[in-house]
Ligand binder design. Structure first.
Ligand code: ADP
Length: 460
């Protein structure tokens, strides 16, 4: 089955709900009109009944009239606009007398209705009447019944007209309601169609384009903004990706060119064995640099997949003492450790990740500070949460670069100029690992004074 368009669905649902409401309203209108008309006739009938009951008597099977002249009057003999029909019957319902306007017809007597003064709708011949029936007594003796009826034809016509008008109006109203709502729904989703059209046009090649925001404050405006923000994020992710690829290629191409240059020089003419050894050593350095970059690129790529890190409980004081001792040995540098908590500090972390984070940070602290300056690894608890700080008194980082140092391949110019070895990938790896472990990493630094890298652990 063909799926209905949104505007048709919404118009259909609204029309369905409204059709129910209109049906109830029309029903109430008809019932109120019907009740009013019937109760008007019944009231009049009641008045007539009261009037005639005092004028007509049955005395031992004979009819007596209080005002005989009135009875013979035109009122009941002619066919009037809204005539009263009267019939007097005995206890068995046998007709004793009736008003001439009844002609050959009789009012119908029903014994079970005799006690209540209650009107019912009946038929006399082809026409409808409201009829009432009361018992007639003579000195306490029940002698017969007085039947009174009033034509219901006009009222019936009025009610039928009303019913017909409502029945014709009903589908008409529903149809126009459906069409209006469909039009309005179509109008109100026009901006969405525009968004769809524009979004469909945006591909990787024109990811810088945005969907125009028509009404900034409504939901459609919010939707447009959300789409634009998504595009923004996609665009910057894509740009980062491009930048990363170009940086990585560049980073590998440089040592490769150096290697090629060295080999070309070597092959040009025969060399002494010392020259060969020297050039080959230089080639090794280029190869080592490439290997280091590739290892770090692999580390960065590998961690991307390692979402399900196994975390275990670690006691930081013992863990950090071991790491600082080992790093001091490996890097031939004094590294101090201080614990600012009087109690053991427990964290839940992946040991390998934490080791990698700390060794990167400690290596940087060593690399970017003078051989005599102090390097301190600190741990403790702040507001019950464990932290680690790696402090150095080295060259520090410019405030404008504090955010960038975690980007892959970013290195401060000064570092490059001073030919300090490195790839610019260490902190990118650290950030990724920290993010995976839920550790918050922050840095504070003063140019020429030193830096503090801080790791804050979540509640374990
Ligand atoms: P690499 O050390 O290989 O250059 P990193 O990602 O570890 O790469 O660091 C990125 C840059 O951040 C470094 O090049 C350096 O400019 C700066 N940096 C990192 N750690 C320190 C530090 N302890 N002191 C001063 N600068 C630092």
């Amino acid at each position: 089955m063909k799926k209905l368009a949104y505007k048709e669905r919404i118009a259909g649902r609204l029309t369905l709900v409204t059709s129910g409401i209109i049906l109830v309203v029309f029903g109430i209108i008809y019932l109120v009109a019907n009740y009013t008309v019937v109760s008007n006739i019944d009231r009049e009938l009641g008045l007539e009944t009261d009037k005639h009951k005092d004028q007509i008597f049955l005395v031992n099977g004979d009819i007596r009239f209080l005002h005989m002249d009135e009875w013979q009057e035109m009122e009941h003999s002619q066919i009037q606009l809204n005539p009263i029909f009267i019939e007097i019957v005995d206890l068995e319902g046998k007709s004793m007398d009736r008003s001439p306007n009844l002609r050959e017809n009789h009012l119908s007597f029903s014994p079970e209705k005799s006690e209540q003064k209650e009107a019912v709708t009946l038929k006399i011949g082809a026409s409808e009447v409201r009829q009432m029936q009361i018992p007639l007594f003579n000195e306490g003796k029940h002698e017969g019944y007085l039947l009174l009826a009033k034509s219901f034809e006009d009222s019936r016509e009025l009610l039928n007209n009303l019913r017909n008008v409502l029945l014709i109006l009903y589908p008409g109203i529903l149809l126009s309601l459906f069409l209006t709502m469909r039009y309005l729904a179509g109008k109100s989703i026009e901006p969405i169609q525009e968004i769809i059209r524009k979004t469909n046009q945006i591909t990787q090649s024109n990811l810088n384009e945005r969907v125009p925001v028509a009404e900034p404050n409504d939901e459609i405006g919010q939707l447009t903004r959300s789409i634009n923000e998504l595009l923004e994020r996609l665009e910057s992710a894509l740009n980062r990706e491009k930048q990363f690829t170009s940086d990585a290629s560049h980073e590998l191409r440089t040592p490769l060119s150096v290697l090629r240059g060295t080999l070309e020089v070597l092959i040009r003419k025969p060399r002494t064995s010392e020259e060969y050894v020297e050039k080959i050593k230089a080639s090794f350095a280029s190869i080592d640099r490439m290997s280091a970059t590739i290892d770090q690129l692999l580390a960065l790529a590998r961690e991307e997949k390692g979402k399900n890190l196994i975390k275990e409980e670690l006691e930081l004081i013992t863990f950090l003492e071991e790491i600082t001792d080992q790093s001091a040995k490996d890097l031939h540098r004094k590294i101090s450790f201080r614990c600012e908590s009087g109690v053991p500090v427990f964290v839940k972390a992946n040991e390998k990740s934490l080791q990698m984070i700390l060794s990167n940070l400690i290596q940087n602290a060593v690399k970017y500070s003078g051989t005599q300056s102090e390097i301190l690894v600190k741990t403790g608890l702040q507001e019950g949460l464990p932290y680690i700080e790696i402090c150095d008194e080295g060259m520090g980082i410019s405030p404008e670069h504090l955010e960038k140092i975690f980007d892959p391949f970013f290195r401060e110019k000064e570092v490059v100029d001073r030919s300090i070895a490195g790839t610019g990938l260490g902190l990118a790896i650290v950030k990724k690992l920290a993010l995976e472990s839920g550790i918050k990493i922050s840095v504070s630094s003063k140019k020429g004074k030193g830096s503090v890298f801080r790791l804050d652990f979540p509640l374990s």
